[in-house]
Design a protein around this ligand. Sequence first.
Ligand code: PDD
Length: 281
Amino acid sequence: MNEVYLNGEFLAADKAQVSVFDRGFLLGDGVYEVIPVYAGVCFQLAGHLTRLQVSLDGVRMANPYTISQWQDIIEQLVERNGGGDQSVYLQVTRGVAPRDHVFPTNTTPTAFVMSNALHPVPEKYKTQGIAAITLQDIRWQNCNIKAITLLPNSLLKQQAQDAGAQEALLIRDGYLTEGAASNAYAVIDGTIYTAPKDEKVLPGITREVVIELAEKNNIPLVEQAVTEQQLQQADELWVSSSTKEVLPITILNGNKVGAGVPGVVWQQMDTLYQDYKKSGG
Ligand code: PDD
C-alpha cells in the first residue's frame, strides 16, 4: 500500500481522509500539479512548483508551503514509496468551510500529495502513433490555471475514447488550442507550431522542454496557433504531457496525418527528449 501526504503527515493511502465540507469536494475549489519522477528523481520540479504558485495566485489562494518545503515533502514521499519511476500528484484546495460561493476567511488550505507507479507509454503509441479527434474547446477562459475542476476536460477525453481515439484536439474560434490533457503541436513544412502561452492553454512543463530542445538543436519552432484547416493538412501532429511525454498523432478524425506514420521531426524530438530525460533534465 502506498503512502500519501495529507496536511502535515505521511500516512497509508487508505487512512487519509478529507472532510465532506472541503471546498475541493463541494466546489472544485483547488489547483493541482502532476510531476513525473524518473529513477527516484523529480523531473523539472522547479518548473512545476513555479506553475503551482501561478495557479494559486490565479485563484487567490495562499501557498501553504515554500518551494523548499514542497520539495522536501515530495522527495520524502517518493522515497517512502520506493523511488523508481513515479507520477506525483499534488493538490491544494481552499480548505474546509460551510458551503458558500464566497471565499471563507481564515481557512487552512488542504494540501494533499500522492504518488503512483509511472507506467511507460505503450510502445505502439510510439511506433504507430495515436488517434485523435477534433472537438470544440468547451472549457472556461482561464485554461492557464491548472484547476482541479476538470469536468469539461473529462467529457472531452471521454468523447475521444468513445470514438476510439486517445486524445481530443480542441478548437476555439477556429484555432487549435491544445489537447484535453496535453499541449498540441503541428509540423508544417519542417516548422513546429504550438499555441502561444495565454489564458487559452496550460503552460505545459513538457512544452517548455520541447521548445528548449528545438531551440538548442535549430529545429524551427514558432509559438503560434494553427487554424483548423492547417491542422487537417499538417505533415505531423503531436501532443505532450508529463505522463505521456511527446507522442505522435497519426490518425485525425479517421484520416491519416501526413503519411500515417510517426514523422521525422517527431522522431528527432523524441530522441532529444529521451536523451534529456536520461541526463536528468
Ligand atoms: N495534464 N494541457 C492540459 C489541459 C493538461 O491537462 C496537461 C497535463 C498539459 C501538459 O502539461 P505538462 O506538460 O505540464 O504535464 C497541457 C496532466 C498530466 C494531468 O492532468 O494529468
